[in-house]
Design a protein around this ligand. Structure first.
Ligand code: ARG
Length: 572
């Protein structure tokens, strides 16, 4: 089956070439949904200007060439083409989509896509920014896999560097057992703060921490063992959150900063030997062209500090080489806070200068906008601390539990549904706005069952499931044929044909919010259809067709939500 917008784009391009010459065969005909017809093609407006001819005339000639397509075309206004598709074509496409296990998704040449997401720091609390990266990255990973790509998840944990001297030393002080219990319980912040206070006030501790950094860097076995104890307990807490969130990340995807430690010296040496890195104020720096600071001075990317230590940028340069050379990435996505945009631009520029980043490989920063509190500032607890993610998720589930209080479910079922609804609400809220825009974390809004929310989408799915349950009909045995009589049937069917295209766009542009918008429209159109077209009370071919539309809608919503990683309860 074909997305109507794609089919029309091709047909109008053929008509453009036939009417105005082959050089127009790949012009964008600007097909957009229209309120006066199914679609509008606006290309005659700009083409008229270029050909110095009246757009309406251009449109008329174009329309005359637009033959042999399943619909009708009309010239309107100053030169728009209003296009209406034949019902029989829409019905036939919907029927084909029903028979397609991929529901209209087209798998292309498989790509190797590295997705760097989540990446919390062991020495600090995982915060809502990491939550959003985790949720968006996971949706992208699921979508790419659905498109047949090979996804390599990389959880670039902050697990290395100077603070770890202090963190390991604190572990020695309080004892391994106590430390592990505290870290696994998600009290990383408290742990970190306790170590910090000692570091700032206790000279002996400070000295011990410093020498611990040295033994860590030289990979002294006992220090490495202690570091592992610390890291494993921390990862156990992260894993609890991943499980709660129902994301696909596993421990096998961990590729933290420490992984690149063995290659950092080489990165610096190679850049220095190539004349790309130079010593400036004792530090080894790259000055990629085009980056200047406030005073118009060239901006340095520091790759070795004056004390000999390596930093975040060095690690990322080593990671680029690894992703290109070892992981054989075609694309590498960095789902990371927008505040790191400059870092990635400079790191990518440096890697390009060094020849480590061939043009055939696309490295992209998928910027994550800040999650704000209702006050418009970075989301914090009332007392100003960063919010503990596990309690945040617990609260979402509790609120969902209250919300479905009056439905008369057994406690077990109610708990199961609230889990899906609460977690789904938080995830959907992260996904439904474009990833780079800031948004305000608001429980009341995200947990609502109306509007573009997870709850509304889950509810729509449950409602369709209940139609099949009430009718005693197996949804997998529904096969039409699709007939389009009522306008609401037609509108729903036409919309559903866009699923494959929107999934492809999510992957290409790294924009899951497009799928949310599509699903929201799906649920709304279904709702109108269901109000206007009785399903179980209809009969014969009409009933068969309406059941087919229900089944197609259900599969579209369920597939879409699974690509987003939003759980779908069986009933609600
Ligand atoms: N740990 C970093 C942070 O919390 C994010 C790491 C992102 N990935 C990367 N390759 N730099 O800010």
């Amino acid at each position: 089956m074909t997305d109507p917008q794609i089919m029309l784009t091709e047909r109008v391009q053929q008509a453009l070439a036939a009417a105005f010459g082959p050089e127009h065969s790949d012009a964008d005909p600007l097909i957009r949904p229209s309120q006066f017809a199914d679609f509008q093609a606006n290309v005659a407006m700009s083409l008229g200007k270029r050909l110095r001819r009246a757009p309406r005339e251009v449109a008329t000639e174009l329309a005359a060439q637009l033959v042999d397509f399943p619909g009708t075309v009309e010239v309107s206004g100053p030169g728009f083409l209003n296009i209406t598709l034949d019902d029989s074509w829409i019905a036939g496409q919907a029927q084909a989509q029903l028979g397609d296990p991929l529901n209209g998704v087209v798998q292309g040449e498989p790509q190797r896509v590295v997705i760097d997401y989540s990446a919390p720091n062991a020495a600090k609390e995982m915060h809502v920014g990491h939550l959003r990266s985790t949720v968006v990255g996971d949706a992208l990973a699921r979508t790419h896999e659905h498109l047949g790509n090979t996804v390599i998840r990389q959880n670039h944990l902050g697990d290395w560097g100077t603070p770890f001297g202090m963190l390991v030393e604190h572990l020695v002080d309080i004892g391994e057992q106590t430390a592990v219990a505290q870290l696994e319980a998600g009290q990383g912040t408290e742990y970190y703060q306790a170590a910090r206070v000692k570091f700032d006030n206790d000279e002996a501790f400070k000295a011990r921490s410093r020498s611990r950094v040295t033994t860590l860097q030289s990979e002294d076995p006992e220090t490495i063992r202690l570091w592992h104890v610390f890291m494993n307990a921390t990862i156990a807490y992260f894993d609890k959150i991943y499980a709660q969130l129902q994301v696909t990340l596993t421990d096998a995807d961990i590729a933290g900063e420490s992984k690149y430690n063995p290659w950092l010296e080489q990165v610096c040496n190679d850049l220095e030997a190539a004349g790309i890195a130079v010593i400036s104020d004792g530090a080894l720096c790259v000055f990629p062209p085009g980056f200047t600071g406030a005073d118009d001075q060239p901006l340095p990317l520091i790759i070795r500090k004056s004390d000999g230590g390596y930093g975040y940028a060095t690690t990322d340069l080593a990671a680029i080489r690894y992703r290109v050379d070892e992981l054989k990435a075609d694309r590498s996505l960095y789902v990371v806070g927008a505040d790191q945009a400059l870092h990635f631009r400079m790191v990518f520029a440096t890697a390009k200068m060094a020849g480590w980043l061939p043009d055939s490989v696309s490295f992209e920063h998928v910027q994550i906008g800040m999650v704000q509190g209702k006050d418009g500032k970075r989301f914090k607890t009332r007392s100003g601390e960063s919010v503990k993610l596990s309690s945040l998720l617990d609260e979402a589930v509790e609120r969902a539990y209250e919300k479905i209080a009056d439905k008369g479910y057994s406690p077990e079922l109610r708990a199961e549904i609230s889990e899906a609804v609460g977690i789904g609400a938080v995830k959907y809220a992260d996904l439904s706005v474009s990833h780079d825009s800031e948004y305000i974390f608001d429980f009341d809004r995200m947990i609502a069952f109306s509007g573009n929310t997870g709850g509304y989408m889950q509810y729509a799915t449950a409602r369709i499931r209940s139609i099949f349950r009430n009718g005693g009909i197996d949804v997998d045995n529904v096969n039409g044929p699709v007939l389009l009589g009522e306008p609401a049937e037609r509108a729903l069917a036409l919309h559903l044909l866009g699923f494959g295209t929107v999934v492809a766009q999510v992957a290409e542009l790294s924009e899951p919010h497009r799928l949310c918008a599509f699903l929201y429209e799906t649920a709304s159109l279904f709702s109108t259809f269901y109000e206007e077209c009785p399903v179980l009370k209809s009969e014969g071919l009409i009933k068969a067709s309406r059941l087919a539309l229900c089944a197609l809608t259900l599969r579209t919503l369920e597939t879409g939500l699974s690509l987003l990683g939003v759980p779908v309860p069986e009933r609600m």
